[in-house]
Design a binder for this molecule. Structure first.
Ligand SMILES: C[S@@+](CC[C@H](N)C(=O)[O-])C[C@H]1O[C@@H](n2cnc3c(N)ncnc32)[C@H](O)[C@@H]1O
Length: 328
């Protein structure tokens, strides 16, 4: 674990605090309100949603800690199962990376990696660069979907981007990610039924091209939740004072819900024996744990574990929503 001097979550919070007063508070609040309404409405954008530097700042202040937390959780789960051969993950490309939330997460999970963020909004790239500072292994460049990108990367991330795109563009960005990734791709979206459906579309595309899903699914089959439920997880986000003010919340934290798929190229080493995934908050009562699991045979179901089961019970008590459930 990193100490506080190098812990990206603390550095990100500090960097956001430092830029919070660079625009009038009323302007930022108005922009946050517009963005919340726009993102709730959903639907493909015909023009960039983040229109100017105030929008970029508003987005960074109210969304970046959450996208950072969600991507950190997703990459953390994936890298528990997938350990690349050789020198590991050296380069990451973040398509539609905005102010760099996913890039910060990538540097937390793979501290040795260099991350290239590309986006269509100059205000996001400028702010992202300012937040990351000169010493960060993160660089920012201009790119609009449809433009070719020359340099491949070990891992390509597409974080909270699909919802702004048409279905055709969603296929296009996933295909571009597949083309550019030497090892792995992450697609992550809000943990809503719509976000899950978009992730499922991306997952189908990854599987159709022979990629192996590493997380969250412990199988390569059809999602057993499709049509009746939606697969999603939650990441705890500590709210700073600025974050609390903008979200008009009094709690010191919130839970960011997200859906994701992380898949690797054919030939990447992945242990062939995945454990079931915990797909709901475990219900923990005295002497009993009730788990909802997605299993390696592509079914979902409950596992009720009681104290009489000794070490299995201990293990069941220790798992959280989103974890793999490995029985001793
Ligand atoms: C909701 S933000 C997500 C930002 C960042 N990936 C994150 O997780 O915080 C969506 C980003 O996708 C970018 N984007 C949307 N459509 C794009 C396109 N056609 N070409 C390039 N970037 C695009 C937007 O400019 C915006 O920065």
């Amino acid at each position: 674990m990193s100490d506080s001097a190098s812990d990206p979550s603390i550095l990100l919070r500090r960097a956001l605090d430092q830029v919070a007063d660079t625009r009038p508070a009323a302007q930022i609040a108005a922009s946050v309100e517009r963005l919340i309404t726009r993102y709730r409405a959903g639907g493909a954008a015909t023009a960039p949603i983040l229109r100017d530097p105030v929008d970029a700042l508003a987005y960074a202040l109210y969304r970046m800690p959450s996208t950072y937390a969600a991507v950190t959780a997703a990459l953390g789960q994936a890298s528990l199962r997938w350990v690349p051969a050789g020198p590991g993950v050296r380069t990451v490309l973040d398509l539609g990376g905005g102010t760099g939330g996913a890039a910060w997460a990538a540097t937390r999970v793979w501290p040795q990696a260099r991350v290239q963020v590309v986006d269509q909004v100059q205000g996001c790239l400028d702010l992202g660069r300012q937040l990351a500072g000169d010493d960060a292994p993160i660089s920012f460049g201009s790119w609009r979907l449809g433009e070719a990108l020359r340099d491949p990367a070990d891992v390509v991330t597409v974080s909270y981007v699909l919802s702004e795109l048409t279905e055709r563009q969603q296929r296009e960005i996933v295909d571009q990610a597949l083309k550019l990734a030497r090892m792995a791709v992450l697609v992550i979206e809000p943990g809503t039924p719509d976000g899950y459906a978009r992730v499922l579309g991306a997952r189908d595309r990854l599987l159709a091209q022979g990629w192996t899903v590493v997380a969250p699914c412990p199988h390569q089959g059809a999602c057993p939740l499709a049509g009746s439920d939606w697969c999603h997880f939650a990441a705890r986000v500590d709210r700073s004072a600025v974050h609390r003010r903008l979200k008009q919340g009094s709690l010191g934290h919130e839970d960011e819900k997200f859906s994701y798929v992380f898949a690797v190229q054919p030939g990447q080493p992945v242990p062939g024996d995945p454990a079931p995934r915990v797909i709901r908050h475990p219900v923990k009562r005295k002497g009993l744990v009730d788990l909802q699991l997605c299993r390696p045979d592509a079914t979902v179901g409950r596992a009720v574990v009681t104290k009489r089961q000794g070490t299995t019970y201990k293990q069941a008590r220790s798992v959280s929503w989103g974890d793999s459930y490995t029985t001793p």
